[in-house]
Ligand binder design. Structure first.
Ligand code: SAJ
Length: 407
């Protein structure tokens, strides 16, 4: 029996995947509403394939509970934010989960942490809790780090096909955990030590953050000197060893915009490119606002209530708004007392989360003259014609209409 702790964007798909491949799984989450939604037969977020696999897992007996279970294996997928002041990992959720596991587990259990954690987190925060509870690590309890690597929007494909990393204190335990993941994972599963696994995951997300920052910095340079950054990146990427990513309105999500801070916080003075990249990416929402301002002046527009922001999520075709560039823009506008005027719309966000939010594309478009495309949802790609008579600032290069402004 496996007890998956934390049923969010990573824990739920992982639990379902294990259960739908015939393993006995109980998912645990402290959020009562979330557990009761799952127990009523409904999923809690949108992802291609989620509902189908959920139904299969339910038929095969997966259970959901608010209680930690007495089992021989735990998989922990709880959030790992960073402390805004120190930039170091805030391990409070991982720590709480381990403490709760300690309250129910028996000798012989294996605890696998899937949450992304800074290098050294298991040594610093997890081992002491296990030892304080009278367990000897390696004898009574095995600790493993198996960081998740799946991308929202393509989770189920990536769960099956991505390579995985398993960090363990000893190879036998690493191989045992590898066997469990092998029930669904067809990618290579590499067994290594815990700190290497911790660092590898953070390094992967940091690599992407730096690459996006390079694209964003190029966008700013090109804007300042009237060059087309997209054409330049397109041509540069024809070089066999160059692969620049795409500029955008900023880096959102709970991963790439968070994990690099762990390295900045833990290695002050050493993580210089990493810090610069974070600052560049964090500056993009403000850069978009400056573009909006400049375009309004160029077009002789003064009425902010005729400006509409398309997209509230952190990227296309997901319903996750964590660290979303649009929310950062709205926050910044609110500081300047203008945030309550612009109109906002996102087909994936059904609840009212910001002022002047619309729930219908046509109604939204009827109230604005200037549309800022912040997220490339398929919905707007299919309806681009509806923007024909609008002023458009396209931050994602998804619109080919004549006169479209870019970053
Ligand atoms: N973005 C750009 N330009 C690009 C690519 C992305 O501006 O060229 C923006 C996106 O719009 C978004 C943000 O960056 O706001 C992050 O999006 P993403 O699609 O790059 O990544 P995530 O955060 O959805 O998922 C990442 C993945 N990590 C890597 O690709 C190295 C995923 O594999 C991880 O599992 C996930 O973080 C995680 O949970 O850590």
């Amino acid at each position: 029996m496996i007890n998956v702790i934390g049923l969010g964007y990573i824990g739920l798909p992982t639990a379902l995947m294990l259960a739908s491949h015939g393993l006995a799984v109980i998912g645990t989450d402290c959020n009562e509403e979330l557990v009761s939604t799952l127990n009523s037969g409904k999923t809690t977020f949108k992802e291609d394939g989620l509902d189908e696999i959920f139904n299969t897992a339910v038929k095969l007996g997966i259970q959901f509970s608010n209680e930690y279970q007495q089992t021989d294996m735990y998989i922990i997928s709880v959030p790992t934010p960073y402390d805004e002041c120190t930039k170091k990992i805030d391990a409070k959720y991982v720590g709480a989960a381990i403490k709760n596991v300690m309250g129910v587990c028996l000798k012989g259990a294996t605890i696998v942490i899937e949450s992304t954690i800074a290098p050294g987190t298991i040594d610093k925060y997890v081992r002491p809790i296990v030892e304080e509870n009278g367990f000897e690590i390696g004898e009574d309890i095995n600790l493993v780090h198996a960081p998740e690597r799946i991308i929202p929007g393509n989770m189920f494909y990536e769960l099956v096909h991505n390579s995985r990393t398993i960090g363990a204190d000893n190879r036998i335990i690493g191989e045992k955990v590898k066997e469990v993941y092998s029930v669904f994972c067809k990618g290579e599963i590499v067994v290594t030590d815990i700190k290497t696994a911790e660092m590898t995951k953070v390094v992967e997300n940091t690599f992407r953050d730096i690459n996006i920052a390079y694209a964003n910095e190029l966008a700013k340079i090109c804007r300042s000197d009237d060059m087309d950054v997209y054409e330049i990146i397109r041509i540069a990427n024809k070089h066999p060893r160059v692969n620049i990513l795409s500029p955008g309105p900023g880096v959102g999500g709970h991963c790439i915009s968070v994990d690099p801070w762990f390295l900045v916080g833990d290695y002050p003075g050493l993580a210089n490119i990493i810090l610069a990249a974070r600052k560049i990416n964090d500056s993009m929402p403000e850069f978009v606002l400056e573009r909006v301002h400049d375009i309004m002046i160029e077009k002789g527009m003064t009425d902010l209530s005729r400006v509409g922001l398309y997209g509230l999520t952190y990227k296309e075709n997901v319903d996750d708004m964590r660290e979303s560039p649009t929310l950062q823009m709205l926050e910044s506008m609110e500081k300047h007392l203008s945030g309550n005027f612009v109109k906002v719309y996102d087909p994936y966000i059904k609840k009212d989360v910001v002022p002047n939010q619309f729930h219908d594309l046509d109604e939204f478009l009827n109230t604005v003259d200037f549309v800022v495309l912040l997220v490339g949802h398929d919905e707007i790609k299919k309806n681009m014609d509806k923007l024909r008579d609008k002023v458009i600032l396209d931050t994602r290069k998804i619109c080919d209409l004549n006169g479209t402004y870019r970053l």
